[in-house]
Design a protein around this ligand. Structure first.
Ligand SMILES: [Zn+2]
Length: 126
């Protein structure tokens, strides 16, 4: 029975280490896939909700600089910025949180808006 103590101590330290690492990588960042870690608080119940935005897939391109400029058929339009629309739902209540974020051409956040909650943290995972 006493032998169990020797086993438990390293296991706890190991778990602690994993917890620390887990906190550092809470948004599941992967350097090869630039993503955005989003943490919001539900205004209804106060729940903290985390999500991860894949910039490459979830951002919608905006084309504001094409007025007056007619694109040739072979010409690729260059986005002037990007928009993200995200609906987030916690597990404690049924309130949907609507997040709208605007990005410049370099995918940096230029404007952000939230309904039904508030931003707690926005981490750039690049
Ligand atoms: Zn809620």
């Amino acid at each position: 029975m006493d032998g169990n103590g020797d086993v438990v101590v390293p296991t706890l330290l190991e778990r602690l280490g994993q917890a620390i690492w887990g906190k550092d990588q809470q948004c599941g960042c992967d350097p090869s896939s630039p993503a955005l870690g989003l943490v919001v608080r539900c205004s209804h119940c106060g729940e903290i909700i985390r999500t991860r935005v894949e910039k490459a897939y979830e951002l919608e391109a905006e084309y504001e600089n094409t007025n007056g400029h007619k694109l040739e058929e072979h010409e690729e339009p260059k986005p002037s910025g990007y928009t993200l629309h995200k609906e987030m739902l916690g597990s404690q209540c049924q309130q949907l949180i609507y997040v709208t974020m605007h990005f410049d051409a370099g995918r940096n956040i230029s404007r952000r808006q939230i309904e039904g909650g508030e931003f707690v943290e926005i981490g750039d995972c690049v």
